[in-house]
Design a protein around this ligand. Structure first.
Ligand code: AMP
Ligand code: ZN
Length: 471
């Protein structure tokens, strides 16, 4: 069997590089997870679907993957939400955490091995900060918060290729907010000293006084603790590159004196009218908003999946309807194969399967080129449909094709192989209609069709016989 190896674009080196487990066994991968202060929007899910495609592809190629996705349950936004709603932090964040896991299931995103919550790792964060203070890389500010001195880390800016000298000329000395842009490149906060107005009664005790961690140290602490000092892949949306990932590198490498991440992978954004979908711009849809409009999890997943992760994906409802139709073509094909019952010892599909599998895998191996991988699947569907039209496909071959599609679906994750449950009364009416048609009793056949339609199903007459599906 051919061993495929994924060549993935590395944001740090700006080159496609092979992904192999550095410990010879398991690919260790960290994915920045949600901040649970609200429902995640489908822009966030574009990134999580990309990470899911990466994970599934590595597994499809035969590698073991150990993935961590953190849950940010303390930061500026969660604290603000808890205070505004006058509830404890956990009471505020828990429903959003629950919703997030429900959404992952709806989108058929494979579970990661670990979902650490930041609040359970405060001790680890304190340990790192103490070490950085001892090394005089971190310092206590006038506000008693602790800052990371970027001037002490010569590699600062290596990921986002910042020209530090130029940027620092006009920049402020330090920044306490979790999120900021390149214009504000400066020393960043590791520990925020307690402020009763800002923090209510949310704080942790530490050797440097009451307070709470900055957002960036959270990911470093969880990654180092769960995956070790040097990991294979670290992912996120491209907006995470600066400052979040840049700061993660600085803290972690100063703490361990080792390379933090071998391969950085960032996906481009889901955009609306040319702008990044985001809470702050208000141009977002949650998964729930889209489900309410009648779209299903697999249809939304397909829409988020089908464009290469390094291109912006422009969200429109027309685009979503297009994704729905495209997916339906594969599902119709699957249903068609399922109706083939005639048995004959002929086998014609093997070369088609082999070719499609090669093309599909090669496309994925080339920086997760999912659009090209899906194109090879559509070529395959077209070829096998022609064979079906020519009555050259019998039951054994149909089963082989279905098994092959199930194999590809380990990566795609949108194709349903469960037989759609057809209620008994509808199946009986369909059988009676078939008999009526055979007996040329078209009036009765028509009445039965109307009856089936009145129950929300439609009949499809295919060369292999009639079948029903939900309207
Ligand atoms: P946040 O909860 O804002 O930290 O975002 C969680 C993840 O979603 C991060 O990896 C972000 O980079 C990603 N993300 C946020 N907005 C978008 C978007 N419009 N398109 C793609 N990914 C996004
Ligand atoms: Zn992170």
């Amino acid at each position: 069997m051919t061993q495929y190896i994924l060549k993935l674009f590395n944001t740090q080196t700006r080159k496609k590089e092979e992904i192999l487990p550095s410990d010879g066994k398991t690919i260790r991968m960290y994915t920045c997870g949600p901040t649970i202060y609200d429902y995640a929007h489908i822009g966030n899910f574009r990134t999580y679907v990309f990470e899911d495609l990466l994970r599934r592809t590595l597994k499809f190629f035969g590698f073991e993957v150990m993935q961590v996705m953190n849950i940010t349950d303390v930061d500026d936004k969660t604290i603000k939400g808890a205070i505004k709603n006058k509830v404890p932090l956990k009471t505020f964040t828990d429903p959003f955490k629950k919703a997030f896991f429900e959404d992952l299931k709806i989108l058929n995103i494979e579970p990661a091995e670990f979902y650490p919550e930041a609040t359970a790792y405060i001790g680890e964060m304190i340990k790192i900060i103490q070490d950085l203070l001892k090394k005089e890389i971190a310092y206590v500010g006038l506000d008693k918060s602790i800052y990371f001195s970027i001037g002490k880390f010569p590699n600062y800016g290596k990921l986002s290729r910042l020209n530090l000298k130029e940027l620092q000329a006009g920049a402020s000395m330090r920044v306490i907010a979790d999120e900021y842009d390149k214009e504000s490149v400066s020393d960043f906060v590791l520990w925020k000293s307690y402020d009763s107005v800002r923090d209510g009664d949310i704080y942790w005790d530490s050797p440097f006084g009451k307070g709470r961690p900055g957002w960036h140290i959270e990911c470093s602490a969880m990654s180092l603790k769960l995956l070790g000092h040097t990991i294979d892949i670290h992912c996120g949306g491209i907006d995470n590159m600066f400052p979040h990932h840049e700061n993660e590198i600085a803290q972690s490498e100063c703490y361990t004196s080792k390379s933090f991440v071998l391969h950085w992978a960032h996906s481009e954004h889901l955009i609306v009218d040319g702008k990044k979908m985001s809470k702050s711009l208000g141009n977002f849809f949650t998964l729930r908003d889209i489900l309410k409009k009648g779209y299903s999890g697999p249809q939304i997943r397909y829409m988020l999946l089908h464009t290469h992760y390094k291109s912006n994906l422009n969200f429109t409802f027309d685009g979503l309807a297009g994704a729905k139709n495209t997916l339906q073509r594969i599902l119709d094909f699957i249903n068609r194969l399922k109706t083939i019952k005639e048995e004959q010892e002929v086998c014609v599909v093997t070369p088609f399967i082999q070719r499609c599998k090669d093309e599909f895998s090669l496309a994925l191996a080339d920086d997760l080129n999912i659009s090209s991988a899906l194109a090879s699947l559509f070529d395959f569907v077209r070829d096998i449909n022609v064979l079906c039209d020519d009555k050259k496909i019998f039951k054994k071959d149909a089963i082989r094709v279905l098994e092959f599609l199930a194999d590809l679906d380990k990566v795609i994750g949108c194709l349903s192989f469960n037989d759609e449950e057809v209620p008994q009364n509808i199946q009986e009416a369909l059988d009676k209609r078939q008999i009526a048609r055979k007996e040329k009793n078209f009036k009765k056949a028509d009445e039965l069709r109307q009856y089936i339609e009145s129950l929300g199903y439609i009949i499809e007459d295919t060369p292999q016989g009639a079948r029903v599906k939900k309207k």
